[in-house]
Design a protein around this ligand. Structure first.
Ligand SMILES: Nc1ncnc2c1ncn2[C@@H]1O[C@H](COP(=O)(O)OP(=O)(O)OP(=O)(O)O)[C@@H](O)[C@H]1O
Ligand SMILES: [Mg+2]
Length: 494
């Protein structure tokens, strides 16, 4: 490695300024030797703190301000390190140094005369032709790693996390790995998901999205739409569990005037609304058998028929379906048609639960916090304990739960800092650390308390079967089966 720096003798009046015990101190000193990264200062009488400002007056350029650090003191004066400043200041500094160099194109170390030299000297390999105009730039480039290293040594783990996080998100954007800047993830599982999205999006294949509640199924459906040739067309999302079963068919396929009581005018369904675009059928595990058959027919011939209609019409849509249920199990148990399952299952993307996404938890939390803070123009950060609590929590509600907790933390924070308690993560954090709990098992409740759980879920959801089923993480047909099995009536549930 060659020499990167050249030091010249000088005699620059400078003011040193620093703050100690809330008092501002100023002292006039002389810079006796100067290079781009350091100086020898004489005339200091006080005890300097580690960091201070020094303002040399450069002939022709006037006063410039540099930040500096004391390296050592001796009888010759104080040796200081100069931190890199803005480009203009560095140019002024270099202008002064260059003006004091002996006018020669020879290598300053071995005297080798070669002014075509741009890199290290051919003979001694010591750096560099200081006379070249490009020197300052080359010097800055060459010392970059060195300076970075010095600064890294001063960072704590929290800072380093933030930097890695920042670089990760920038890299993701550059490499277009994430389909959308709002779609966060650098864990192995999410990178695999992004790769699948990019692969299948431009095709016309139907896609089935699986994953627990709040893992980003809708976000994935939107990304599939945005990365497809249909992006100019509509994206229509239907939550099949939120629409009462009796209305679902009319809602999806539309109806003709007079098709049923209340059908005062002909209405287009969601299939037609999505023509030319993407139809996202959320909670597909909840659709009743009759509609399963109709959906299967559509997937085969791409024709729909409105309720009460006499003819069918061709619709050009791509179907993306999602569920947080175990469809395979529902299929075996008879709640979901096998032929429809296989048709939808031709390309499946499984979204990993948040607890399996490693540092994505913290990345996502920071992403949400940044968004909330930017909207209100406030500066807020997580405490170290909060970051740890975010890592430890099991996140049964996945990304949605995380977003809600961060929102809560943002509202409850004081002094610009979110503590675990602000997110209601405190107890959880302690107990999780003390007794790591196994993953919560989705599925029907245990037999002994089954009837009770079913009644309670119905009660808590105003007897809306789909919502109660969702709470118990079972399919709507399974819920009906349980209601029948235990002979539960609405009055029982009250
Ligand atoms: N990887 C991610 N990056 C950024 N935001 C995300 C990510 N995953 C999910 N979200 C956000 O979390 C929330 C829940 O995501 P989404 O609605 O897509 O989940 P879901 O799987 O459809 O949930 P549910 O099964 O409950 O309908 C949304 O606000 C979404 O924007
Ligand atoms: Mg959803």
């Amino acid at each position: 490695m060659g020499r990167l720096d050249v030091r010249v003798r000088t005699n620059l009046d400078s003011v040193v300024q620093y703050i100690s015990r809330d008092e501002r101190h100023c002292e006039t000193v002389t810079i006796k030797e100067l290079s781009l990264s350091g100086a020898l200062v004489s005339g200091l009488t006080t005890q300097l703190p580690e960091l201070f400002a020094i303002r040399p007056v450069l002939p022709g350029a006037g006063e410039v301000e540099l930040r500096a650090r004391l390296v050592r003191r001796s009888e010759n004066g104080a040796a200081i390190r100069i931190f890199y400043s803005d480009k203009k200041t560095m140019q002024a500094l270099w202008g002064h140094i260059k003006g004091r160099l002996a006018p020669s194109d020879d290598c300053p170390y071995c005297g080798h005369p070669d002014d075509s030299r741009e890199g290290s000297c051919d003979r001694c390999n010591l750096y560099l032709n200081f006379g070249k105009d490009s020197y300052l730039e080359r010097h800055i480039e060459n010392t970059f790693a060195q300076r970075l290293n010095i600064r890294l040594n001063r960072l704590n783990l929290e800072h380093i996390d933030k930097i890695i996080d920042f670089v990760d998100s920038k890299l993701l954007k550059i490499k277009h790995r994430s389909p959308d800047s709002e779609f966060i993830g650098t864990s192995e599982g999410m990178l695999a998901v992004f790769a699948m999205i990019r692969k299948v999006a431009p095709t016309e294949m139907s896609v089935l999205l699986l994953g627990e509640s709040g893992t980003g199924k809708e976000l994935t459906a939107k990304a599939l739409h945005e990365l497809s040739a249909r992006r100019e067309g509509p994206f229509v999302a239907v939550n099949c569990a939120a629409i009462p079963e009796t209305l679902l068919e009319a809602e999806l396929f539309g109806y003709e005037k007079g098709a049923f009581t209340g059908a005062y005018a002909t209405k287009k369904g969601r299939f037609e609304a999505a023509d030319g675009g993407t139809l996202f059928l959320d909670e597909i595990g909840d659709i009743p058998a009759t509609l399963q058959a109709k959906l299967l027919r559509f997937l085969e011939d791409r024709l729909i028929e409105r309720v009460g209609g006499s003819g069918s019409r061709k619709i050009d849509i791509r179907i993306v379906a999602a569920t947080n249920r175990n469809l395979q199990k529902a299929m075996v148990e008879g709640g979901f048609r096998a032929d429809l399952y296989y048709r939808l299952n031709s390309f499946t993307i499984k979204l990993p639960p948040l607890r399996e996404r490693g540092e994505d938890k913290v990345r996502l939390a920071r992403h949400f916090l940044e968004r909330f803070a930017a909207a209100e123009n406030r500066r807020i950060d997580f405490s170290a304990a909060s970051v740890e609590a975010i890592r430890q929590h099991r996140w049964p509600g996945n990304v949605r739960e995380l977003e809600n907790k961060v929102r809560r933390g943002f509202l409850m924070a004081s002094d610009g800092l979110i503590e675990p308690a602000c997110m209601e993560l405190e107890e959880d954090f302690h107990s999780a650390a003390a007794h790591p709990s196994p993953d919560p098992q989705p599925g029907p409740p245990r037999a002994e308390s089954r009837r009770e759980s079913v009644v309670r879920a119905l009660e808590q959801n105003d007897y809306v079967v789909a919502r109660a089923a969702r709470q118990l993480q079972i399919s709507r047909p399974s819920m009906y089966a349980l209601i029948k099995k235990y002979g539960i009536k609405k009055d029982d549930a009250k």
